[in-house]
Design a protein around this ligand. Structure first.
Ligand SMILES: *[C@@H]1O[C@H](CO)[C@@H](O)[C@H](O)[C@H]1NC(C)=O
Ligand SMILES: *[C@@H]1O[C@H](CO)[C@@H](O)[C@H](O)[C@H]1NC(C)=O
Ligand SMILES: *[C@@H]1O[C@H](CO)[C@@H](O)[C@H](O)[C@H]1NC(C)=O
Length: 642
């Protein structure tokens, strides 16, 4: 079993190598797959130098390019002089040319001297086999407006003239439309004027001349939405001989409706605010990515190719702080489990993967995570990616006080947070007569509750019947006292047993909810089915019945995603966003239900969990696993449905 799993992994490694080759062949379609690369912001804020950048690029070309990470992007303020008083929203420290365009700070980017801009850096990056990207802001810099610079007409050459006069920065800058998050630095230009359009064209023509392959255009999306500028830049990029991948930012307040207005004009767009290395930031991405998947935005038509909802860079490894004037100096604050959760969600949601850590101090664990072959396979090639809502979970305190419950998921009853739970009451209670044995196959029997509470679409409440594993001493006691009794398991594969009582015998008639714990040889966990359909616990003498209760106590903190692979495999990830260890389960018929053309009445799935490497064999009913706080599990299933 293990061997099969590793063969599968080895296959993926080969596929991953093919991916790099496939990428270079498919020049026609931009962003055919979610783009992948490195961005300087998380580790250097704005202060990166040419040496530091090229050093990082060199390592990326050796260690990450084989995994498809091919864009290396200089993030914001590469034109700002790094001197006393300069910071992320200072005014007057930017280097601009005579046409009011920002150019690289020659002290930090020495190869830019003599009007060469980024061309030398781009050439070196290309020689490494990588693509070169830059971050740019909306419109025009406040400094160029204040300097009232002439505007370059790239079509006719020379200063832009219209109506018999030369146009300047003050004619096109819109001070009332300053960038909300950098109000002193940049403002929109008036795209209704020919001069405004000419100015934007002069910027992007210059980027193309430098050899820029990727532009992250900031302060035009989300709270700073400027559809006119995005449309115009997209048109200008179309005119160019040189292909530039078009990315827009920021992503605060972005909705699928807002994205639909611009997604065909760009290749990637942020859908969240900046993501940093806090658990809250990671958790905030679940609802957003779910909504964009549901709106069919993943891999939708984009600028000269496809477009991708962007969950932002991966702040892992060796980092700096948001907006800081300081370079990399600390480790990511996310725990290893949280980092894996982030990488797993980014992969299941097919987000662009832009690594943010300093490559010069990349630790092996982080490297293993961002080059994980299964995650990268899912990120590039999976389809039908979506949140999978039909999961149940329960707390797993080590003492075993988890409450067994089944979430109602009838679409007509969506608003009701109804749960069917197991409760104990007197065996004389007529309401307890609802159990019957069902045979699934010769090895597996289950005991199901007959009342479906009118929720016809929901699977019945069933427990799996199993004779306890006993030592020879225990076997003797069992034969004497418990002959015919059995354990009741919550799934057909994982050993969690229905436990009638905590540690004391129940004497009162009050309803007591059943709990779950690891299966042990213990009379609390011994059950017998009476011929009148009651299910009696050997220790307490009480009977189990299923009740409908209103509760919203369990699944708020658990999430799941599903996707299909290109070899027909199914990927299912479970995420535990709660602070408790949870046991998360899904019914395999429900997996079939959400995937196109797979609706069926019977299923059998061979499955393994990727992070543990554990092969679980075959499941016919459900999959289930214990997931630690903020951690995730990832299953690969190979199913037959009938
Ligand atoms: C996420 O979505 C769920 C379901 O729509 C909603 O109940 C919850 O409040 C949302 N969480 C956040 C943080 O918006
Ligand atoms: C919704 O659930 C309630 C139980 O909470 C049930 O009585 C009712 O019939 C259900 N409605 C539909 C339309 O299924
Ligand atoms: C069902 O049968 C058991 C065992 O014979 C008995 O103790 C119990 O009272 C019965 N319950 C009902 C509701 O008939």
């Amino acid at each position: 079993m293990k061997r099969l799993y590793f063969l599968f992994l080895a296959g993926l490694l080969v596929l991953q190598r093919e991916l790099t080759e496939a990428l270079s062949e498919r020049q026609e379609q931009q962003a055919d797959l979610p783009p992948r690369g490195w961005n300087s912001y998380d580790s250097f804020s704005w202060i990166i130098s040419e040496n530091e950048f090229l050093h990082n690029a060199e390592i990326i070309s050796k260690r990450l390019l084989p995994y498809g990470y091919k864009y290396v992007v200089v993030d914001f303020l590469w034109y700002r002089r790094k001197v006393n008083g300069a910071h992320t929203d200072s005014l007057g420290f930017d280097v601009i040319d005579k046409w009011g365009r920002v150019i690289p700070d020659p002290w930090r980017w020495p190869s830019s001297r003599g009007g060469k801009g980024f061309s030398e850096v781009a050439k070196k990056v290309h020689d490494m086999g990588l693509k070169f990207g830059i971050h740019v802001m909306r419109g025009i810099s406040t400094q160029a407006v204040n300097a009232n610079s002439l505007i370059l007409d790239t079509i006719k050459g020379g200063a832009y003239e219209e109506s018999g006069r030369q146009w300047r920065g003050k004619d096109i800058g819109l001070p009332e439309r300053a960038c909300a998050w950098m109000p002193h630095g940049f403002m929109s230009v008036n795209t209704k004027t020919g001069a405004g359009k000419a100015f934007l064209r002069s910027l992007y023509h210059q980027y193309a001349e430098w050899g820029v392959d990727f532009v992250k255009h900031d302060c035009v999306f989300g709270d700073d939405l400027d559809v006119k500028e995005i449309s115009h830049v997209s048109e200008v990029l179309k005119e160019l001989d040189h292909r530039i991948l078009y990315s827009i930012s920021p992503g605060s307040s972005v909705t699928p409706a807002m994205a639909k207005d611009v997604s065909s004009l760009v290749n990637m767009y942020r859908i969240t605010g900046d993501d940093w290395d806090t658990w809250g930031d990671v958790a905030a991405h679940f609802n957003k990515s779910r909504d964009f998947a549901a709106a069919k935005m993943i891999g939708a038509s984009g600028f000269q190719g496809k477009s991708w909802p962007d969950l932002d860079m991966l702040p892992l490894g060796w980092l700096t702080d948001p907006g800081s004037n300081q370079g990399p100096h600390r480790k990511s604050k996310l725990s290893p489990d949280e980092q894996r959760t982030q990488m797993t969600l980014w992969s299941m949601a097919k987000s662009p993967l832009m690594f943010g850590g300093d490559m010069r101090k990349l630790d092996e664990r982080t490297y293993g995570l961002i080059t994980h072959p299964v995650l990268l396979e899912i990120n590039s090639f999976s389809t039908n990616n979506m949140e999978f809502p039909y999961i149940t979970g329960r707390k797993n305190l080590k003492s075993g006080k988890g409450i067994l419950n089944w979430q109602s998921r009838n679409s007509k009853n969506k608003s009701a947070s109804d749960r069917r739970v197991l409760a104990l009451s007197s065996c004389k209670d007529q309401k307890g007569k609802g159990w019957a044995v069902e045979t699934i196959d010769e090895d597996l029997k289950r005991i199901c509750w007959k009342d479906d509470f009118g929720i016809k679409d929901d699977p019945p409440v069933c427990l799996y019947k199993k004779k306890p594993q006993l030592t020879s001493d225990e076997e003797a006691i069992y034969m004497q006292q418990y002959q015919g009794n059995f354990h009741l398991l919550t799934t057909d594969t994982i050993d969690f047993c229905l436990d009638a009582s905590p540690n004391r015998k129940l004497t009162s008639k009050e309803l007591k909810t059943c709990s779950l714990s690891s299966c042990t040889w213990n009379s609390n966990q011994m059950w017998e089915l009476n011929s009148n359909g009651t299910l009696v616990n050997s220790y307490s003498g009480l009977c189990a019945a299923v009740k409908m209760v209103k509760a919203n106590f369990i699944s708020s903190g658990i999430r799941s995603w599903i996707a299909t692979g290109r070899q027909g495999e199914i990927y299912v990830s479970f995420f535990n966003l709660s602070p408790d260890t949870m046991v998360i389960s899904a019914n395999i018929l429900d997996l079939a239900r959400v995937l196109p053309g797979r609706d069926s009445r019977k299923a059998s799935c061979r499955y393994s969990e990727v992070f543990s490497g554990r092969d679980y064999g075959v499941a016919k009913q459900s999959i289930s696993i214990e997931v630690e706080m903020h951690a995730s599990a990832l299953f690969i299933l190979s199913c037959t449905f009938s």
